[in-house]
Structure formats: C-alpha cells, structure tokens
Design a protein around this ligand. Structure first.
Ligand SMILES: Cc1cc2nc3c(=O)[nH]c(=O)nc-3n(C[C@H](O)[C@H](O)[C@H](O)COP(=O)(O)O)c2cc1C
Length: 149
C-alpha cells in the first residue's frame, strides 16, 4: 500500500496557562479526526516545539496537514520530510503523544540536545528514532489525565 508520511516541526504558541488542558483538547480532536481518516502518527511536545508524524492515504494526510498548518496554537510549520512509504511506523496510534517531562527526559535528551528539541538540526531519523523509542518504552499516550495546569 502506498502511504504518505509527513514529518514536520513547528513552534508552540500555547501559553503556560492551562497548557496541559489545551494539549489534551488538541490531542482529542486529532485522535477523533484521524480515526475517521485512518491516519496514524505521533506528536511530540516540549515547551517550545511540536514535532509530528502523520501517515496514511496521501489525500487524507495532505488534507489533514493543510488544516494543521494555519492552526493558531502553533506557527512556523516546517516540513522535515514528505515521502511515500510502504508501511506505517505508528499503526496502532491514531495520534500518540509524548511531552517532554522528567519521565521522558532521558529519551528526549538522548535524541536531541539537552536544552530542548532543536529543529534546526533535527533530521527525519532523529525525530522518528525518538518517537519509536518512546513507543517501545510505552511512553506514547492517547490522552492526558485531567489536571489543573
Ligand atoms: C500541533 C498540532 C497537531 C495537530 N494534529 C492534528 C491531527 O493529527 N489531526 C487533526 O485532524 N487535527 C490536528 N490538529 C488540529 C487541527 O489543526 C484542527 O484544529 C482540527 O483538525 C480541526 O479542524 P477544523 O476545525 O477545520 O475542523 C493539530 C493541531 C496542532 C496545533
């Protein structure tokens, strides 16, 4: 099967206030919409950045990406890679999220610089290796526990 995979990074615009809840809302919309379109992928977030992989039927992935780009919760969206692939890397995730937290820090730190994700020097391999490592260690999540931010 021919699938389109897009990997991009963007700058976060969600402020500190209620961030946890707002990321939760974003994830919930993403999962609902992606399920309808059989899109799978992973989303990483630290204070400054988002990095996301979207994979699925080309038209569905492109339409989803086109909706994501103008979203005011982020800006400066830059594609790292856009390629046709034969198989999904995150087939079990309508959208698996990992945030940079003390629990995930050892993996984020190992794949990126210690200060924060650095998209300027991020390759597709960096991004996918980190997402895959988080997935293997059970650190992708499909929802956030309710918590006052
Ligand atoms: C970083 C980020 C990642 C997102 N990921 C997805 C996604 O995977 N799928 C999706 O449908 N929407 C995603 N969204 C939300 C879309 O931008 C959009 O709000 C949503 O699809 C609803 O679009 P609509 O209001 O035009 O129907 C994401 C938004 C941001 C900021």
């Amino acid at each position: 099967m021919s699938l389109l995979r897009i990997v991009y990074f963007s700058e976060n615009r969600i402020g500190v206030s209620r961030r946890h809840a707002r990321i939760g809302e974003l994830l919930s919309t993403a999962i609902t919409r992606n399920r309808q379109q059989q899109i799978t992928g992973a989303l990483l977030h630290d204070d400054l950045w988002f990095v996301q992989v979207l994979e699925g039927a080309p038209a569905a992935v492109q339409a989803t990406f086109n909706r994501i780009v103008p979203d005011s919760r982020h800006h400066n969206v830059k594609i790292i890679t856009k390629a046709m692939v034969n198989k999904r890397l995150f087939g079990e995730w309508s959208m698996g999220l990992a945030m940079r937290t003390p629990q995930t820090e050892h993996l984020f730190g190992a794949h990126w610089c210690n200060k924060g994700m650095n998209p300027g020097s991020m390759s597709e391999k960096n991004a996918l290796d980190l997402m895959t490592a988080l997935n293997r260690q059970g650190m992708l999540i499909s929802g956030l526990p309710a918590k006052a931010a």
